[in-house]
Ligand binder design. Structure first.
Ligand SMILES: C[S@@+](CC[C@H](N)C(=O)[O-])C[C@H]1O[C@@H](n2cnc3c(N)ncnc32)[C@H](O)[C@@H]1O
Length: 299
């Protein structure tokens, strides 16, 4: 196709069991230009964690049989390359799908996230440029363009869509994405220690929930089983209380707290009334075994 530039894959995480086969979790965006001479703002992203940046910063050359080797100077020292900007923005974009409860949602069935349109606008326009969306629907492109100080024109065959787009342009609600701002790793807050405990009981970790650390992979009485690990600064009562709070309004048949430290009776002046089962972490069981052991050290 003439002046075809790229096929952009917009990918996102979603959960559904409704279909046999692979879960659909991307859409395709076709990028064309009017002519060969088009504006393109190059953006760079960070190197992957698997990239050895030290190697990238060394110049290379091709040998006679096409193999890439490091360039060396007359003294055999490696020639260091020019400053690198990172990895050019790729044609695969991970941008969250609009959450059903997002404030940005206006109820338009095919509404796209503003963040997706912002990404498109930033690579091909600058401030003051004109952005045109001839099928603007709820006006997402116009909202994105306005928020980036671009001029814009939105067109739609539906009068309702145009009215909705105008209303949105007055309110300008854009849902920020913590995922894009902080990255995936910011969601992974479980320590190695907690992950090891959850793995040992075949539980899936729950992130960003102070009362539930995981759920057993296998249900009990066809209901999920929440698990809370007693935190380093938590008493057993604290842990029980937090799990109870997170379970309020949900009828689980089994709830588990993993006790990680021994507590003197004095520490638990009163025991909370709760149907939570308490089991000891393996580490704690071993510690207790060691204490109980009567075998002399020097046998
Ligand atoms: C996929 S929706 C756009 C959704 C939009 N990106 C958003 O985020 O809300 C496509 C829109 O094209 C409009 N449309 C369809 N045929 C049209 C036509 N011939 N001229 C103008 N608009 C048209 C529809 O009314 C619909 O709102």
């Amino acid at each position: 196709m003439k002046n075809f530039q790229s096929e952009i894959i917009w990918s996102y995480k979603r959960w559904s069991n409704s279909k046999k086969g692979l879960l659909n979790s991307h859409q395709n965006i076709y990028f064309y230009s009017k002519s060969k001479n088009f504006k393109f703002n190059q953006y760079y992203t960070n190197y992957a964690a698997t990239t050895n940046i030290d190697q990238i910063l060394q110049d290379r050359k091709k040998t006679a049989n096409g193999k890439s080797i490091y360039k060396t100077d007359e003294n055999g020292n490696i020639v260091l390359g020019k400053e690198k900007k990172g990895v050019p923005l790729s044609d695969t974009w991970e941008i969250p799908y609009l959450n059903p409860k997002a404030k940005e949602r206006v109820g338009y069935p095919t509404q796209k996230p503003v963040l997706l349109l912002k990404e498109i606008i930033k690579i091909v326009t600058d401030k003051g440029d004109l952005v045109v969306d001839p099928f603007c629907g709820s006006g997402t492109t116009c909202v994105a363009a306005k928020s980036m100080d671009r001029n814009f024109i939105g067109i739609d065959a539906s009068k309702d869509a145009v009215e909705l787009a105008n209303r949105r342009l007055e309110e300008m609600i854009i849902t920020d994405s913590a995922l894009l701002n902080k990255g995936y790793n910011s969601y992974l807050e479980k320590s190695e220690y907690e992950m090891a405990i959850l793995k040992s009981i075949d539980a899936l970790p729950v992130q960003r929930n102070s009362g539930i650390d995981g759920f057993l992979r296998k249900h009990f009485n066809e209901k999920p089983v929440p698990v809370k690990i007693q935190g380093k600064k938590e008493t057993l009562n604290d842990a029980i209380e937090k799990l109870e709070k997170s379970c309020q309004g949900k009828e689980f048949d089994l709830k588990i707290v993993i006790q990680t430290r021994r507590e003197s009776r004095g520490n638990r002046l009163f025991e909370l009334e709760s149907d939570i089962e308490i089991i000891q972490s393996q580490e704690m069981i071993i510690e207790e075994l060691k204490e109980k052991s009567t075998v002399p050290n020097n046998v």
